[in-house]
Design a protein around this ligand. Structure first.
Ligand code: PXP
Length: 241
């Protein structure tokens, strides 16, 4: 059964809608951990649209599992990460106008910049994961940066419009995981996973952790966060037979 990392960005999205104190992402992290998740994921975007620097610093003090900071390779953000010292950094591409992270990091095109960020973070003892599309040339390029983990982008799988596309995308993820494990990388996955589509991905042998945000926070509006996290964990448990 893969581990579950809960991305709590959208708790901060709701708070930022009014610019006040509620709901508090730090409290959300506590609830997710008490419900049994394995790590807390928070994305400090350059535009600070949801998580703020102070949230990350408070999370660093309060998270008892692992803090996984999602981040771009922009200089200012790398500087924050080096100071904050999360347990893990997941490097993602970032465009200001995007609604969410759209594609994987292009480790071929930006090989030198990515490798430099990986190196800086690792030199402070931060484990690094690269969020990439499930294609061989990206996996190979990611490996060449010296990162420990990759996180396979499951967005295309999540967006599949029919059974045929779903199977095709699932096979891509299976193949990518095999290839990555074969060259010595550790593999996580995430983006767009929900209560309906998560089981097949959770069943892929070799995937260590799934990072899930939007669907859990959305369900929490109706069920409460504790129940939403526990229901996701129950699905992951079922996937391992
Ligand atoms: N993993 C990465 C690298 C992401 O950028 C995101 C979105 O912030 C997620 C996982 C979680 O995606 P979702 O919110 O669609 O579950």
């Amino acid at each position: 059964m893969p581990k579950l990392g809960v991305n709590i960005d959208h708790v901060a999205t709701i708070r930022q809608a009014r610019g006040g104190m509620e709901p508090d992402p730090v409290l959300a992290a506590r609830v997710c951990e008490a419900a049994g998740c394995d790590s807390i994921v928070a994305h400090l975007r350059e535009d600070r649209r949801h998580m703020q620097d102070k949230d990350l610093y408070l999370l660093r003090k309060t998270v008892r599992t692992l803090l996984n900071m999602e981040m771009s390779i922009a200089k200012g953000i790398v500087k924050v990460a080096l100071d904050l010292h999360p347990d893990q950094a997941t490097l993602v591409p970032e465009r200001r106008l995007e609604v969410t992270t759209e594609g994987g990091l292009d480790c071929v095109k930006h090989a030198r910049r990515v490798a430099s960020a990986v190196d800086k973070l690792q030199s402070r003892g931060i484990a690094v994961s690269l969020f990439i599309d499930p294609v061989r040339k990206q996996i190979k390029a990611a490996h060449e940066t010296g990162c420990e983990f990759i996180e396979l982008h499951t967005g295309e799988y999540a967006n599949a419009r029919n059974g045929h596309e779903l199977k095709e995308q699932l096979n891509k993820l299976i193949e990518a995981t095999k290839y990555a494990k074969g060259i010595g990388l550790r593999v996580n996955a995430g983006h767009g996973l929900d209560y309906n589509n998560v089981r097949a991905v959770a069943g892929i042998e070799g995937i260590e952790e799934l990072n899930i945000g939007h669907s859990i926070i959305s369900r929490a509006v109706f069920t409460g966060l504790d129940k939403a996290v526990k229901e996701m964990i129950a699905l992951l448990t079922q996937s391992s037979g």
